[in-house]
Design a protein around this ligand. Structure first.
Ligand SMILES: Cc1cc2nc3c(=O)[nH]c(=O)nc-3n(C[C@H](O)[C@H](O)[C@H](O)COP(=O)(O)OP(=O)(O)OC[C@H]3O[C@@H](n4cnc5c(N)ncnc54)[C@H](O)[C@@H]3O)c2cc1C
Length: 414
Protein backbone atom coordinates (compact mmCIF):
# COMPACT_ATOMS: atom_id res chain seq x y z
CA UNK A 1 0.00 0.00 0.00
CA UNK A 2 3.04 2.31 0.24
CA UNK A 3 3.59 3.34 -3.41
CA UNK A 4 1.95 6.69 -4.19
CA UNK A 5 0.16 6.79 -0.83
CA UNK A 6 -0.59 10.36 0.14
CA UNK A 7 -2.48 12.63 2.47
CA UNK A 8 -5.54 14.00 0.68
CA UNK A 9 -6.82 16.58 3.10
CA UNK A 10 -6.37 17.95 6.58
CA UNK A 11 -8.70 20.45 8.20
CA UNK A 12 -7.00 22.28 11.10
CA UNK A 13 -10.42 23.55 12.22
CA UNK A 14 -11.76 20.07 12.93
CA UNK A 15 -8.50 18.09 13.17
CA UNK A 16 -9.86 15.61 10.60
CA UNK A 17 -7.47 14.11 8.03
CA UNK A 18 -8.18 11.96 4.99
CA UNK A 19 -5.22 9.85 3.84
CA UNK A 20 -4.38 6.67 1.97
CA UNK A 21 -3.89 3.54 4.06
CA UNK A 22 -0.25 3.30 2.95
CA UNK A 23 0.76 6.59 4.56
CA UNK A 24 3.11 6.08 7.53
CA UNK A 25 2.27 7.46 10.95
CA UNK A 26 5.68 9.22 10.84
CA UNK A 27 4.59 11.02 7.65
CA UNK A 28 1.33 12.07 9.28
CA UNK A 29 3.18 13.43 12.31
CA UNK A 30 5.60 15.39 10.13
CA UNK A 31 2.65 16.96 8.37
CA UNK A 32 0.51 17.90 11.36
CA UNK A 33 3.00 18.73 14.13
CA UNK A 34 3.82 22.20 12.74
CA UNK A 35 0.07 22.92 12.93
CA UNK A 36 -0.06 21.89 16.60
CA UNK A 37 -1.67 18.46 16.10
CA UNK A 38 -0.67 14.93 17.12
CA UNK A 39 -2.07 11.44 16.71
CA UNK A 40 -4.67 10.63 19.36
CA UNK A 41 -3.07 7.19 19.72
CA UNK A 42 0.61 6.51 18.95
CA UNK A 43 2.07 2.98 19.06
CA UNK A 44 5.71 2.32 20.00
CA UNK A 45 6.91 2.84 16.42
CA UNK A 46 5.92 5.45 13.84
CA UNK A 47 7.03 3.15 10.98
CA UNK A 48 3.49 1.82 10.79
CA UNK A 49 1.00 2.51 8.03
CA UNK A 50 -2.42 3.99 8.63
CA UNK A 51 -3.98 0.78 7.29
CA UNK A 52 -1.87 -1.33 9.67
CA UNK A 53 -2.85 0.88 12.61
CA UNK A 54 -6.54 0.39 11.80
CA UNK A 55 -6.32 -3.31 10.92
CA UNK A 56 -4.57 -4.15 14.21
CA UNK A 57 -6.40 -1.43 16.16
CA UNK A 58 -3.14 -0.47 17.80
CA UNK A 59 -2.79 1.05 21.26
CA UNK A 60 -0.39 3.52 22.82
CA UNK A 61 0.75 4.78 26.19
CA UNK A 62 -2.52 6.68 26.68
CA UNK A 63 -4.96 3.79 26.39
CA UNK A 64 -6.25 4.63 29.86
CA UNK A 65 -7.43 8.00 28.45
CA UNK A 66 -8.18 7.46 24.76
CA UNK A 67 -8.58 3.79 24.01
CA UNK A 68 -7.26 2.40 20.74
CA UNK A 69 -6.46 3.88 17.32
CA UNK A 70 -9.85 2.71 16.04
CA UNK A 71 -11.49 5.27 18.31
CA UNK A 72 -10.04 8.06 16.11
CA UNK A 73 -11.40 6.56 12.89
CA UNK A 74 -14.48 8.20 11.38
CA UNK A 75 -14.70 6.18 8.18
CA UNK A 76 -12.69 4.30 5.55
CA UNK A 77 -13.14 2.74 2.16
CA UNK A 78 -12.87 -1.04 1.96
CA UNK A 79 -12.41 -3.01 -1.25
CA UNK A 80 -13.38 -6.65 -1.10
CA UNK A 81 -12.40 -9.58 -3.31
CA UNK A 82 -15.50 -9.13 -5.47
CA UNK A 83 -14.03 -5.75 -6.54
CA UNK A 84 -16.68 -3.78 -4.67
CA UNK A 85 -15.57 -0.71 -2.71
CA UNK A 86 -17.71 0.34 0.23
CA UNK A 87 -17.50 3.27 2.61
CA UNK A 88 -17.63 2.02 6.18
CA UNK A 89 -18.41 4.06 9.27
CA UNK A 90 -20.47 3.82 12.45
CA UNK A 91 -23.51 4.75 10.34
CA UNK A 92 -22.78 3.00 7.05
CA UNK A 93 -21.84 -0.69 6.65
CA UNK A 94 -21.47 -0.70 10.41
CA UNK A 95 -20.68 -4.43 10.72
CA UNK A 96 -17.78 -4.18 8.28
CA UNK A 97 -16.56 -1.01 9.99
CA UNK A 98 -16.37 -2.80 13.31
CA UNK A 99 -14.96 -6.06 11.90
CA UNK A 100 -12.21 -4.24 9.96
CA UNK A 101 -10.93 -2.30 12.98
CA UNK A 102 -8.73 -4.94 14.59
CA UNK A 103 -9.76 -7.38 11.84
CA UNK A 104 -6.11 -8.09 10.88
CA UNK A 105 -6.72 -7.43 7.20
CA UNK A 106 -9.26 -10.24 6.82
CA UNK A 107 -12.29 -8.23 5.68
CA UNK A 108 -10.79 -6.53 2.63
CA UNK A 109 -8.29 -3.85 1.66
CA UNK A 110 -8.58 -0.49 3.39
CA UNK A 111 -8.12 2.30 0.82
CA UNK A 112 -8.48 5.74 2.36
CA UNK A 113 -9.12 6.58 6.00
CA UNK A 114 -10.80 9.62 7.58
CA UNK A 115 -9.68 10.03 11.16
CA UNK A 116 -9.32 12.59 13.93
CA UNK A 117 -6.13 14.09 15.29
CA UNK A 118 -5.81 15.98 18.54
CA UNK A 119 -4.63 19.52 19.20
CA UNK A 120 -1.60 19.62 21.50
CA UNK A 121 0.38 22.53 22.95
CA UNK A 122 3.58 20.91 21.64
CA UNK A 123 4.65 17.48 20.42
CA UNK A 124 7.28 17.05 23.10
CA UNK A 125 6.61 15.59 26.47
CA UNK A 126 6.90 16.86 30.00
CA UNK A 127 8.00 13.56 31.47
CA UNK A 128 7.79 12.44 35.08
CA UNK A 129 10.01 9.43 35.80
CA UNK A 130 10.82 7.52 38.96
CA UNK A 131 11.82 4.06 39.96
CA UNK A 132 9.87 1.68 42.18
CA UNK A 133 11.49 -0.97 44.36
CA UNK A 134 8.99 -3.78 43.79
CA UNK A 135 5.75 -4.56 42.01
CA UNK A 136 3.52 -3.71 45.00
CA UNK A 137 4.77 -0.15 44.91
CA UNK A 138 3.92 0.08 41.21
CA UNK A 139 0.38 -1.16 41.74
CA UNK A 140 -0.06 1.12 44.76
CA UNK A 141 0.96 4.16 42.70
CA UNK A 142 -0.56 3.51 39.28
CA UNK A 143 -4.11 4.83 39.95
CA UNK A 144 -2.80 8.26 40.86
CA UNK A 145 -0.28 8.27 37.98
CA UNK A 146 -2.85 7.38 35.35
CA UNK A 147 -5.32 9.89 36.74
CA UNK A 148 -2.73 12.66 36.52
CA UNK A 149 -1.11 11.96 33.14
CA UNK A 150 -2.08 11.51 29.48
CA UNK A 151 0.65 8.88 28.99
CA UNK A 152 2.06 6.26 31.32
CA UNK A 153 4.11 3.12 30.97
CA UNK A 154 6.47 1.13 33.18
CA UNK A 155 9.65 -0.76 32.42
CA UNK A 156 10.20 -3.78 34.66
CA UNK A 157 13.38 -5.64 35.53
CA UNK A 158 12.12 -9.15 34.78
CA UNK A 159 15.31 -10.73 36.11
CA UNK A 160 15.22 -9.16 39.58
CA UNK A 161 14.31 -11.58 42.37
CA UNK A 162 13.85 -11.63 46.15
CA UNK A 163 12.83 -8.31 47.64
CA UNK A 164 13.57 -6.61 44.29
CA UNK A 165 11.08 -8.73 42.37
CA UNK A 166 9.21 -6.54 39.93
CA UNK A 167 11.30 -3.43 40.44
CA UNK A 168 11.16 -0.96 37.60
CA UNK A 169 10.78 2.57 36.32
CA UNK A 170 7.58 4.51 35.60
CA UNK A 171 7.58 6.97 32.73
CA UNK A 172 4.51 9.21 32.66
CA UNK A 173 4.00 12.33 30.61
CA UNK A 174 1.88 15.04 29.06
CA UNK A 175 2.38 17.23 26.04
CA UNK A 176 4.70 20.03 27.10
CA UNK A 177 3.55 23.64 26.98
CA UNK A 178 4.18 25.53 23.77
CA UNK A 179 7.84 26.34 23.21
CA UNK A 180 9.21 22.90 24.02
CA UNK A 181 9.11 21.88 20.38
CA UNK A 182 11.92 23.58 18.51
CA UNK A 183 14.55 22.76 21.11
CA UNK A 184 14.43 19.03 20.58
CA UNK A 185 16.74 17.85 17.77
CA UNK A 186 16.20 14.46 16.14
CA UNK A 187 18.17 11.80 18.01
CA UNK A 188 21.25 10.39 16.24
CA UNK A 189 20.28 7.45 14.07
CA UNK A 190 22.13 4.27 14.96
CA UNK A 191 22.01 0.95 13.19
CA UNK A 192 22.86 -2.71 13.64
CA UNK A 193 24.63 -3.45 10.33
CA UNK A 194 24.43 -7.27 10.50
CA UNK A 195 23.02 -10.02 12.72
CA UNK A 196 25.72 -11.25 15.09
CA UNK A 197 26.06 -15.06 15.10
CA UNK A 198 24.76 -15.22 18.68
CA UNK A 199 22.08 -13.45 20.65
CA UNK A 200 23.74 -10.48 22.35
CA UNK A 201 20.76 -9.96 24.65
CA UNK A 202 21.29 -12.91 26.98
CA UNK A 203 20.87 -13.34 30.76
CA UNK A 204 24.34 -12.01 31.54
CA UNK A 205 24.17 -8.84 29.45
CA UNK A 206 20.56 -8.18 30.46
CA UNK A 207 21.23 -8.50 34.18
CA UNK A 208 23.99 -5.89 33.84
CA UNK A 209 21.85 -3.63 31.64
CA UNK A 210 18.85 -3.86 33.98
CA UNK A 211 20.90 -3.05 37.08
CA UNK A 212 22.39 -0.04 35.32
CA UNK A 213 19.07 1.20 33.94
CA UNK A 214 17.32 0.82 37.29
CA UNK A 215 20.21 2.33 39.23
CA UNK A 216 20.29 5.43 37.04
CA UNK A 217 16.55 6.14 37.28
CA UNK A 218 15.46 8.84 39.73
CA UNK A 219 14.44 7.61 43.21
CA UNK A 220 11.60 10.11 43.44
CA UNK A 221 9.48 11.71 40.69
CA UNK A 222 11.71 13.81 38.49
CA UNK A 223 10.35 16.05 35.74
CA UNK A 224 12.19 16.67 32.47
CA UNK A 225 11.47 17.60 28.86
CA UNK A 226 11.60 14.57 26.55
CA UNK A 227 11.63 14.73 22.77
CA UNK A 228 8.54 13.10 21.25
CA UNK A 229 10.63 10.62 19.30
CA UNK A 230 12.53 9.32 22.30
CA UNK A 231 9.36 9.20 24.43
CA UNK A 232 7.14 7.42 21.91
CA UNK A 233 9.43 5.65 19.47
CA UNK A 234 12.83 4.92 21.07
CA UNK A 235 13.52 1.88 18.87
CA UNK A 236 12.97 3.88 15.66
CA UNK A 237 16.36 5.51 16.35
CA UNK A 238 18.13 2.15 15.93
CA UNK A 239 17.60 0.65 12.50
CA UNK A 240 17.48 -3.17 12.42
CA UNK A 241 17.47 -3.34 16.25
CA UNK A 242 15.97 -6.82 15.93
CA UNK A 243 19.34 -8.12 14.68
CA UNK A 244 20.68 -7.83 18.23
CA UNK A 245 18.70 -10.99 18.97
CA UNK A 246 20.91 -12.99 16.64
CA UNK A 247 19.99 -14.94 13.51
CA UNK A 248 16.92 -16.63 15.04
CA UNK A 249 15.25 -13.36 16.00
CA UNK A 250 12.78 -12.80 18.81
CA UNK A 251 9.29 -13.57 20.01
CA UNK A 252 7.16 -10.96 21.70
CA UNK A 253 4.54 -12.20 24.15
CA UNK A 254 1.94 -9.58 24.98
CA UNK A 255 -1.00 -10.40 27.19
CA UNK A 256 -3.79 -8.54 28.93
CA UNK A 257 -5.43 -9.76 32.13
CA UNK A 258 -8.00 -8.50 34.64
CA UNK A 259 -7.10 -5.84 37.21
CA UNK A 260 -8.32 -7.81 40.24
CA UNK A 261 -5.53 -10.39 40.05
CA UNK A 262 -3.04 -8.36 38.03
CA UNK A 263 -0.30 -8.30 40.69
CA UNK A 264 -0.23 -12.07 40.98
CA UNK A 265 -0.52 -12.60 37.22
CA UNK A 266 2.32 -10.20 36.45
CA UNK A 267 4.58 -11.91 38.99
CA UNK A 268 3.60 -15.37 37.76
CA UNK A 269 4.41 -14.50 34.13
CA UNK A 270 7.83 -13.08 34.93
CA UNK A 271 8.64 -15.93 37.28
CA UNK A 272 7.58 -18.51 34.69
CA UNK A 273 9.95 -17.00 32.12
CA UNK A 274 12.81 -17.03 34.62
CA UNK A 275 12.15 -20.64 35.59
CA UNK A 276 12.32 -21.57 31.91
CA UNK A 277 15.73 -19.87 31.76
CA UNK A 278 14.54 -16.94 29.64
CA UNK A 279 15.35 -13.27 30.05
CA UNK A 280 13.12 -10.60 28.55
CA UNK A 281 15.06 -7.69 27.13
CA UNK A 282 12.20 -5.20 27.16
CA UNK A 283 9.50 -5.84 29.75
CA UNK A 284 6.72 -3.30 29.66
CA UNK A 285 3.70 -3.06 31.96
CA UNK A 286 0.78 -0.77 31.34
CA UNK A 287 -2.85 -0.38 32.28
CA UNK A 288 -5.54 -0.54 29.61
CA UNK A 289 -8.48 1.67 30.53
CA UNK A 290 -12.19 1.25 30.03
CA UNK A 291 -12.66 3.23 26.79
CA UNK A 292 -14.37 0.69 24.54
CA UNK A 293 -12.83 -0.02 21.15
CA UNK A 294 -15.10 0.12 18.10
CA UNK A 295 -13.32 -3.02 16.82
CA UNK A 296 -15.00 -6.41 16.86
CA UNK A 297 -11.84 -8.38 17.64
CA UNK A 298 -9.63 -5.76 19.26
CA UNK A 299 -6.96 -7.01 21.61
CA UNK A 300 -6.96 -4.11 24.09
CA UNK A 301 -9.51 -4.42 26.90
CA UNK A 302 -9.67 -3.26 30.53
CA UNK A 303 -6.86 -4.69 32.65
CA UNK A 304 -3.08 -4.70 32.70
CA UNK A 305 -0.94 -5.58 29.73
CA UNK A 306 2.54 -7.10 30.02
CA UNK A 307 4.87 -7.26 27.04
CA UNK A 308 7.90 -9.55 27.15
CA UNK A 309 10.57 -9.82 24.42
CA UNK A 310 12.53 -13.07 24.21
CA UNK A 311 15.35 -14.20 21.99
CA UNK A 312 14.25 -17.25 20.04
CA UNK A 313 16.07 -20.27 21.47
CA UNK A 314 13.96 -22.80 19.59
CA UNK A 315 11.80 -25.46 21.23
CA UNK A 316 12.48 -24.35 24.79
CA UNK A 317 11.23 -20.85 23.97
CA UNK A 318 8.05 -22.28 22.44
CA UNK A 319 7.49 -24.38 25.59
CA UNK A 320 7.91 -21.31 27.76
CA UNK A 321 5.49 -19.29 25.61
CA UNK A 322 2.89 -22.06 25.97
CA UNK A 323 3.39 -21.94 29.75
CA UNK A 324 2.89 -18.16 29.71
CA UNK A 325 -0.34 -18.68 27.76
CA UNK A 326 -1.58 -21.08 30.46
CA UNK A 327 -1.09 -18.41 33.11
CA UNK A 328 -2.93 -15.82 31.03
CA UNK A 329 -5.72 -18.30 30.36
CA UNK A 330 -6.11 -19.13 34.06
CA UNK A 331 -6.29 -15.41 34.83
CA UNK A 332 -9.07 -14.91 32.28
CA UNK A 333 -6.88 -12.84 29.99
CA UNK A 334 -5.95 -12.75 26.31
CA UNK A 335 -2.79 -12.99 24.19
CA UNK A 336 -2.16 -10.44 21.45
CA UNK A 337 -2.84 -12.06 18.06
CA UNK A 338 -1.10 -9.45 15.93
CA UNK A 339 2.25 -10.08 17.61
CA UNK A 340 1.88 -13.84 17.51
CA UNK A 341 3.50 -16.60 15.51
CA UNK A 342 2.66 -19.65 17.61
CA UNK A 343 -0.43 -19.47 19.82
CA UNK A 344 -2.72 -22.50 19.81
CA UNK A 345 -6.24 -22.40 18.39
CA UNK A 346 -7.54 -23.02 21.93
CA UNK A 347 -5.68 -20.01 23.28
CA UNK A 348 -6.98 -17.88 20.44
CA UNK A 349 -10.56 -18.95 21.07
CA UNK A 350 -10.25 -18.29 24.80
CA UNK A 351 -8.81 -14.84 24.05
CA UNK A 352 -11.41 -14.00 21.41
CA UNK A 353 -14.62 -15.94 21.98
CA UNK A 354 -16.31 -13.66 19.41
CA UNK A 355 -14.03 -14.74 16.55
CA UNK A 356 -16.86 -16.41 14.65
CA UNK A 357 -18.39 -13.01 13.94
CA UNK A 358 -15.18 -12.00 12.19
CA UNK A 359 -15.13 -15.31 10.34
CA UNK A 360 -18.66 -14.55 9.15
CA UNK A 361 -17.55 -11.18 7.79
CA UNK A 362 -14.17 -12.32 6.46
CA UNK A 363 -13.65 -11.71 2.78
CA UNK A 364 -13.80 -15.26 1.35
CA UNK A 365 -10.91 -14.36 -0.95
CA UNK A 366 -8.64 -13.38 1.93
CA UNK A 367 -7.05 -15.57 4.58
CA UNK A 368 -3.85 -15.25 6.58
CA UNK A 369 -1.37 -17.74 8.01
CA UNK A 370 -2.50 -16.64 11.47
CA UNK A 371 -6.18 -17.26 10.73
CA UNK A 372 -5.42 -20.67 9.18
CA UNK A 373 -3.32 -21.66 12.16
CA UNK A 374 -5.88 -20.60 14.79
CA UNK A 375 -9.52 -19.89 13.90
CA UNK A 376 -9.73 -22.27 10.97
CA UNK A 377 -8.32 -25.12 13.05
CA UNK A 378 -11.15 -24.92 15.57
CA UNK A 379 -13.82 -27.63 15.36
CA UNK A 380 -16.25 -27.02 12.57
CA UNK A 381 -19.15 -27.83 14.90
CA UNK A 382 -18.34 -24.90 17.07
CA UNK A 383 -18.92 -22.67 14.05
CA UNK A 384 -22.17 -24.33 13.03
CA UNK A 385 -24.19 -23.42 16.11
CA UNK A 386 -27.95 -22.89 16.02
CA UNK A 387 -27.32 -19.17 16.02
CA UNK A 388 -25.09 -19.24 12.97
CA UNK A 389 -25.98 -16.97 10.11
CA UNK A 390 -25.96 -18.42 6.58
CA UNK A 391 -22.70 -16.57 5.96
CA UNK A 392 -21.02 -18.39 8.85
CA UNK A 393 -22.14 -21.72 7.49
CA UNK A 394 -20.71 -20.91 4.07
CA UNK A 395 -17.41 -19.86 5.59
CA UNK A 396 -17.19 -23.09 7.57
CA UNK A 397 -17.30 -25.54 4.69
CA UNK A 398 -14.40 -27.98 5.35
CA UNK A 399 -11.93 -28.05 2.51
CA UNK A 400 -12.65 -24.46 1.62
CA UNK A 401 -10.95 -23.22 4.77
CA UNK A 402 -8.46 -24.62 7.23
CA UNK A 403 -7.35 -28.18 7.55
CA UNK A 404 -10.39 -30.37 8.18
CA UNK A 405 -8.21 -33.33 9.14
CA UNK A 406 -7.09 -31.57 12.29
CA UNK A 407 -10.45 -30.24 13.36
CA UNK A 408 -11.06 -32.82 16.07
CA UNK A 409 -7.56 -32.92 17.47
CA UNK A 410 -7.44 -29.44 18.90
CA UNK A 411 -8.40 -29.15 22.59
CA UNK A 412 -11.00 -26.44 23.01
CA UNK A 413 -11.77 -24.97 26.43
CA UNK A 414 -15.42 -25.36 27.39
C1 LIG B 1 9.13 -1.44 17.69
C2 LIG B 1 7.67 -1.74 17.63
C3 LIG B 1 6.82 -1.17 18.58
C4 LIG B 1 5.44 -1.44 18.54
N1 LIG B 1 4.63 -0.87 19.48
C5 LIG B 1 3.32 -1.11 19.46
C6 LIG B 1 2.45 -0.50 20.42
O1 LIG B 1 2.88 0.25 21.29
N2 LIG B 1 1.12 -0.79 20.33
C7 LIG B 1 0.61 -1.60 19.38
O2 LIG B 1 -0.60 -1.80 19.36
N3 LIG B 1 1.40 -2.17 18.45
C8 LIG B 1 2.73 -1.95 18.47
N4 LIG B 1 3.54 -2.51 17.53
C9 LIG B 1 2.93 -3.33 16.47
C10 LIG B 1 2.54 -2.47 15.25
O3 LIG B 1 2.04 -1.22 15.64
C11 LIG B 1 1.41 -3.18 14.50
O4 LIG B 1 1.76 -4.49 14.18
C12 LIG B 1 0.98 -2.44 13.22
O5 LIG B 1 -0.28 -2.90 12.85
C13 LIG B 1 1.95 -2.67 12.07
O6 LIG B 1 1.50 -1.93 10.96
P1 LIG B 1 2.14 -2.06 9.49
O7 LIG B 1 1.73 -0.85 8.74
O8 LIG B 1 3.58 -2.38 9.62
O9 LIG B 1 1.30 -3.25 8.94
P2 LIG B 1 1.69 -4.75 8.58
O10 LIG B 1 2.57 -5.31 9.65
O11 LIG B 1 2.11 -4.80 7.18
O12 LIG B 1 0.24 -5.37 8.72
C14 LIG B 1 -0.41 -5.47 9.96
C15 LIG B 1 -1.82 -5.99 9.72
O13 LIG B 1 -2.60 -4.98 9.10
C16 LIG B 1 -3.14 -5.46 7.89
N5 LIG B 1 -3.15 -4.34 6.94
C17 LIG B 1 -2.13 -3.50 6.66
N6 LIG B 1 -2.52 -2.59 5.73
C18 LIG B 1 -3.81 -2.90 5.42
C19 LIG B 1 -4.77 -2.32 4.52
N7 LIG B 1 -4.49 -1.29 3.76
N8 LIG B 1 -5.99 -2.90 4.47
C20 LIG B 1 -6.31 -3.97 5.25
N9 LIG B 1 -5.44 -4.53 6.11
C21 LIG B 1 -4.22 -4.00 6.19
C22 LIG B 1 -2.24 -6.61 7.44
O14 LIG B 1 -2.95 -7.52 6.67
C23 LIG B 1 -1.87 -7.21 8.78
O15 LIG B 1 -2.87 -8.08 9.25
C24 LIG B 1 4.91 -2.29 17.53
C25 LIG B 1 5.76 -2.84 16.56
C26 LIG B 1 7.12 -2.57 16.61
C27 LIG B 1 8.01 -3.17 15.56
Amino acid sequence: MRPSASVHAFDPETGVMEADAGVLLSEILTRVMPLGFFLEVTPGTAQVTLGGAVANDVHGKNHHRRGTFGGSVLSFTLTTGDAVTRTCSAGENRDLFSATIGGMGLTGVIGTVRFRLMKVPSANIRQTAFRFADLDRYFDAIDAIDAAHEYSVAWIDQLATGRHTGRGVVMAGDHAPDGGQAQMPAPPRLGVPFAPPVNLLNGVTLRAFNALYYGRAPKSPSVSLAGWRSFFHPLDAISNWNRLYGPRGLFQHQSVYPEGTARQTTLALMDCARRHGHASFLTVLKRFGTVASPGLLSFARPGFTLTLDFANAGAQTLRMLDALDEIVLAAGGAVNPYKDQRMSPAMFEASFPGWRKLEALRDPKIVSDFWRRTALMLPVNSILTNNSTPLEKTAAIPGQIGNADNFNQIPVPT
